[in-house]
Design a protein. Sequence first.
Length: 219
Amino acid sequence: MARTFTRIGKEIDIAVKAGGPDPANNTRLRMLIQNAKAENMPKENVERAIKRAVSRDTSDYKEVVYEGYGPFGIAIVVEAATDNNTRTVANVRHYFTKYGGSLGTSGSLDFMFEHKSIFKINRPENFNIEDFELEMIDYGADEIFEDEDQIVIYGAFESFGAIQKYLEDNQYSIVSGEFERIPTDTKELTPEQRETIDKLLEKLEEDEDVTNVYHNIKE
């Protein structure tokens, strides 16, 4: 939970510096506040992160993406928010090398992952998913399904803003809105191979600069 709060705090920092501290005028910040609520992040933590972001003393975080291959040819994409890219890339390269992988060049794995927008909303009363799907197609959604009491919406990465605006304008109860990288093809590993690569994935996820780790292992 502490790690999740740290990640959201960094994302808030980046969003505030890009679009200002007022959620009414900053769509990305508004969504991050919703994500924080969904993760039970205390309101005081969110307010503190926003105040830190407008302070001149705060760190200047940048979002960066690293790509590489782990053992057994597994593709791995690492997203980070860092105030020192030299430190972060050195750490990430060290993890790859130590556990039998190699860090690649930026963009080398783009073709292996689809960058998607993902929204979750509370299921409204008298909801008709077929009518909703027809409406959402015009805003960039390409997959919609029900998950218990929530509706999950997948769309193109560039459709994030359009989908968010539609949901807000039509007063849907948004639980969260995030980005995800979904592999276009997956590789199956033996339990022994999975145990080996899990060491690399765990080390990457433990790094305080890393926000997300994606791979193409078949679950």
